[in-house]
Design a protein around this ligand. Structure first.
Ligand SMILES: Nc1ncnc2c1ncn2[C@@H]1O[C@H](COP(=O)(O)OP(=O)(O)OP(=O)(O)O)[C@@H](O)[C@H]1O
Length: 311
């Protein structure tokens, strides 16, 4: 598979507010057509990073290239090609849904059709309702529609599902996947691990203004080759300790720990079949074999553990 070309490249990015180093040396590369997650605890520098790449702030140092241009030097070009939905974006209370979309559409040379967007986002029956009368989910959908009204190649969505109920979150997720399937590159800023794990093709975990990990959710949550883990119950063995000693001697096994009639084994990818075979030699059939994995949340907590009060 050939990889799509980069549409965003950031190198050595720095931005401070007074003595606060909000962005402290970030490098990132985002490819066309992917959903790229920027995940991090509160205050990690996520919003500052996306504001810099949208040209809404000036960097102190570093280079940013978005669709081949520098957002600080060329904001007008970028405005046509990049849509941004910012956290807590507020509209006047009385503006109607259709009115807001038509107004925003008038800012662009080649906008999307407001009616099509309302249909796609389930807003048609609210077309004549004022912003303040919409539910949280409807307001969120309108702000996504506004980020997409310019027919952007890149859409930046910040804290997309904050404040939404579980049903509305899921609907928003499938909507974002549909937008990606139309070829739009999506930069998704979130502090929800499940959202990043479910939606992002690749993601960067940011903490204290730096990238602390980057990759696909599968890469980030994979256990190292020699640290696979599984648990099994061995209820009919009687005294388990000699079995544990024997299993510990297998070359594929790194460690075996026993709790009651369960054992937890750490070892290579071949440890599981090796253990099952060794047990079969003793006429032991293991029960309830479970492979242990780690979630993005485990990885996140491990990597950002120095700031637990902010998570
Ligand atoms: N306009 C500003 N003036 C001063 N400090 C700021 C400003 N904007 C952000 N900061 C500080 O910079 C740091 C990074 O903030 P930023 O909003 O980029 O983080 P974030 O990861 O988006 O956090 P959150 O998820 O809470 O929005 C924080 O310490 C924040 O208090």
């Amino acid at each position: 598979m050939t990889l799509a070309e980069p549409v965003i490249e950031i190198a050595g990015l720095h931005k401070s507010y007074g003595s606060t180093r909000a962005v402290d040396g970030i490098d990132l590369m985002i490819r066309r057509g992917e959903i790229f997650g920027i995940l991090g605890p509160n205050g990690a520098g996520k919003t500052t990073t996306v504001e810099l790449l949208a040209g809404l702030r000036d960097a102190d140092a570093g280079t940013i290239t978005v669709l081949g241009t520098d957002p600080q030097r060329d904001p007008a070009v970028l405005r046509e090609r990049l849509g941004i939905q910012l956290q807590a974006s507020r509209l006047p209370a009385k503006i109607r849904v259709r009115e807001a979309l038509e107004l925003y559409a008038s800012f662009y040379a080649d906008p999307a059709d407001p009616q099509d967007l309302m249909d796609q986002l389930g807003l048609t029956e609210k077309a004549d309702s004022g912003f303040a009368s919409l539910s949280g989910g409807q307001q969120q959908r309108l702000s996504i529609a506004l980020a997409l009204i310019g027919n952007p190649e890149i859409a930046i969505l910040d804290e997309l599902t904050t404040g939404l109920d579980p049903q509305a979150r899921r609907e928003t997720w499938s909507l974002i996947e549909q937008v990606r399937d139309r070829g739009v590159t999506i930069v998704l800023v979130t502090h929800f691990m499940d959202e990043a794990e479910r939606l992002a093709d690749r993601l960067a975990i940011i903490d204290a203004g730096r990238v602390v990990a980057e990759g696909s959710p599968a890469d980030l949550t994979a256990l190292p080759e020699d640290r696979r883990r599984f648990r099994m119950r061995l209820p009919s063995v009687g005294d388990l300790d000699p079995t544990v000693v024997q299993l510990n001697q297998l070359p594929e096994v790194r460690s075996v720990e026993r709790t009651g009639d369960e054992i937890e084994v750490v070892g290579s990818r071949r440890a599981l079949p090796a253990v099952v075979l060794a047990l079969a030699d003793r006429d032991v059939v293991p029960e309830e074999v479970r492979t242990l994995t780690r979630s993005l949340e485990d990885v996140f907590v491990e990597l950002t553990a120095i700031h637990p009060q902010e998570v």
